[in-house]
Design a protein around this ligand. Structure first.
Ligand code: SF4
Length: 181
């Protein structure tokens, strides 16, 4: 049987969801026997490959690079899992949305809070411009499975991956599996 091609992607999130993935501990060894990790912050792969079976997407869409990346991810992946509350709702990453745009945050961080010579970073092609409004993943591209939690527990992640490895759609029910936060 062909090994499942698994990817994980880190967009506008704190990496806590990926840390929770590492909390799978020894089950990672079982997982490694069944999948090829073809793209991830854990792997040194520069370009998102074609033909991904399952991708876990951590984080919301917060800048122009994220917008471009999520389109590529969607085009090249069969099953897209919205991985963690920032991906599912915007969560912490979207806290700046009521301010109306990214400008007040940039002013606060890089000008008002600067010790000396405050400057807002501006390097076209290197520093991606922030979007005015942070968006959860499903508002930009279709999502197949929602995996909530901040972060989702390792048990929740394992339950989803085990179902996908069996070729089934994960059934997340009850407080243990669909609680936010
Ligand atoms: S859902 Fe929580 S743990 Fe995951 S990226 Fe967002 S803030 Fe971090």
């Amino acid at each position: 049987m062909a090994r499942l091609k698994l990817a994980t992607v880190w967009l506008g999130g704190c990496s806590g969801c990926h840390m929770s993935f590492l909390d799978l501990d020894e089950w990672l060894i079982d997982l490694a026997a069944q999948v090829d990790l073809v793209y991830s912050p854990f792997a040194d792969v520069k370009e998102y490959p074609q033909g991904v079976d399952v991708v876990l997407v951590e984080g919301a869409i917060a800048n122009e690079d994220h917008l471009q990346m999520i389109q590529t991810v969607r085009e090249r992946s069969q099953i897209l899992v919205s991985f963690g509350d920032c991906a599912v709702t915007g969560n912490v990453t979207a806290l700046r949305n009521p301010l109306g745009s990214a400008e007040p945050v940039l002013q606060r961080c890089y000008i008002e809070a600067a010790d000396i010579h405050g400057t807002i970073p501006h390097e076209p092609g290197i520093v991606p411009p922030l979007l005015d409004q942070v968006q959860p993943v499903h508002t930009v591209v279709p999502v197949d499975i929602y995996l909530p939690g901040c972060p989702p527990s390792a048990t929740r992640i394992q339950t989803v991956l085990e179902a996908l490895l069996r070729g089934e759609k994960p059934q997340l029910e009850g407080r243990e599996f669909i609680k936010f936060g």
